[in-house]
Ligand binder design. Structure first.
Ligand code: ZN
Length: 345
C-alpha cells in the first residue's frame, strides 16, 4: 500500500496506462493513469518471472468441458530458470517474499519500525510487538513480548526500548562485520565446521554414488522389459516372471529412495556453502557500517532474540542474540576470545 501511494504521488504511469501508451490491449481501464492499486504492486512483487525464469502451470482447468481457470498450488508449478534476462536478482526477490510473509503491521499512528517482525522473546519464543503512540517520543517506543501482552502466556514482562534495540543490533553487526572482513579465512573455517558442511571431496563422492544409482535404475527398466518379453514369448515361466519382477520392483523402490535422499543432501550442502559465501560477501559490502538502514538489516539479520535484562549490577543490562541471515548464529564471543589468545601466543 505504501509503495502504491508513493507511485501515485510520483505520477508514475500504472501498467494499463503504460500498455495504452504503447498500443497494447489491456483488460482494465483506469480513468486515472497515475492511480496505483495495492494489488497491482503485490502482483509485481510476487512475479517470479522477473527473475528471468518462466513459470508454467500457474493455473489449470479441470477438463475440456470445464474451462474455468483455477489456481494451481505453487509446488505444482514448473519453473524454468534463466529463460530470459532477469530484471530482479533472485536474491532480492526471495528477500521480498520473506518480508511479505511476515505480517508487517503498521501502527495506527502511521509510525513503523524496521525491526517489526524480526524481534522475538528469548524466554517464550513469541514475537515481540512494536508499541508506540502519537505522544511517545522516539525514545519511548518499545517492543513487548506478544504472549505477555495477550495475557494468555505466562511470560514475564519482556520489554526493550526501540532505541536500545537499534544500538545493540548496530553494535553486534559492527563487531561481526569487522571480524569477518579481518579474518575471513578463519571465519569460513569455523562456520564450515559449525554448519557441519562437508568438504568438496565428500560432496563429489555423494555425486558419484548418485550417478551409479541412477544408472542402475535405468538398467532395471531395461531388464524388466527383457523379462517381460521373455515371459510373453514363453521363454520365462509366469511364476519365475512374477518372482523376478517383484525383486526388481523392490530394488527400484529402494533405489528411488536412496536417490532422493542423496539429491536432498547434495543440494543442501551446496546451498549452505553458497549461503556462507554470500554472507561473507554481504559483510564485506557493509564494511564500515555506521548507521542501520532497513535494507542492511534485512540483508544481514533473520531474527533477534531479546534476553531478560540483568539487573544484578543495579543497572538494567540487556542482551540480544542475533540469528544472521543465511548462516544462523555466529559464536562471535568465542571467535573474539580465540583471536585474543592467538595474539598473545
Ligand atoms: Zn515472552
Amino acid at each position: 500500500m505504501q509503495i502504491a501511494k508513493a507511485l501515485t504521488t510520483a505520477k508514475v504511469p500504472n501498467p494499463s496506462a503504460y500498455k495504452n501508451a504503447h498500443g497494447l490491449t489491456t483488460r482494465h481501464f483506469d480513468s486515472d493513469p497515475y492511480h496505483w492499486n495495492a494489488n497491482t504492486v503485490v502482483h509485481i512483487l510476487e512475479r517470479r518471472e522477473y527473475t528471468g525464469c518462466t513459470v508454467n502451470f500457474k493455473t489449470y482447468t479441470n477438463s475440456t468441458w470445464d474451462k474455468k481457470q483455477r489456481d494451481n498450488p505453487e509446488e505444482n508449478w514448473a519453473v524454468f530458470e534463466n529463460a530470459h534476462p532477469e530484471i530482479i536478482s533472485p536474491e532480492v526477490f526471495e528477500k521480498v517474499q520473506e518480508i511479505r510473509k511476515q505480517r508487517h503491521r503498521r501502527t495506527r499512528t502511521g509510525k513503523s519500525s524496521m525491526f517489526s517482525g524480526l524481534v522475538y522473546c528469548e524466554d517464550c519464543g513469541a514475537k515481540m510487538r512494536y508499541c508506540t503512540t502519537k505522544d511517545f517520543e522516539k525514545r519511548q517506543d518499545h517492543f513487548v513480548c506478544g504472549s505477555y501482552r495477550s495475557n494468555t502466556g505466562n511470560c514475564t514482562a519482556r520489554f526493550i526500548r526501540a532505541v536500545v534495540l537499534e544500538q545493540l543490533v548496530l553494535n553486534n553487526l559492527q563487531v561481526v562485520i569487522s571480524y569477518v572482513t579481518a579474518h575471513e579465512n578463519y571465519f569460513r573455517q569455523v562456520m564450515t565446521e559449525k554448519m557441519s558442511l562437508k568438504s568438496a571431496e565428500i560432496v563429489k563422492s555423494a555425486k558419484r554414488k548418485l550417478a551409479q544409482k541412477e544408472k542402475r535404475l535405468a538398467e532395471l527398466d531395461r531388464l524388466f522389459i527383457k523379462i517381460y518379453e521373455d515371459n510373453v514369448s514363453a521363454k520365462l515361466s509366469d511364476e519365475r516372471f512374477a518372482m523376478m519382477s517383484e525383486q526388481y520392483e523392490d530394488e527400484q523402490a529402494q533405489l528411488r529412495k536412496d536417490i532422493s535422499e542423496l539429491q536432498t543432501k547434495i543440494a543442501e550442502q551446496e546451498r549452505q556453502t553458497e549461503n556462507l559465501e554470500l554472507f561473507i560477501k554481504r559483510a564485506r559490502k557493509y564494511e564500515g557500517l555506521t548507521e542501520l538502514t532497513p535494507y542492511a538489516l534485512r540483508e544481514l539479520v533473520k531474527a533477534i532474540y531479546v534476553e531478560n535484562p540483568d539487573k544484578s549490577s543495579g543497572k538494567r543490562k540487556q542482551k540480544i542474540r542475533i540469528q544472521y541471515d543465511l548462516i544462523g548464529f555466529i559464536p562471535i564471543n568465542e571467535l573474539l576470545q580465540a583471536e585474543k589468545q592467538r595474539e598473545t601466543a
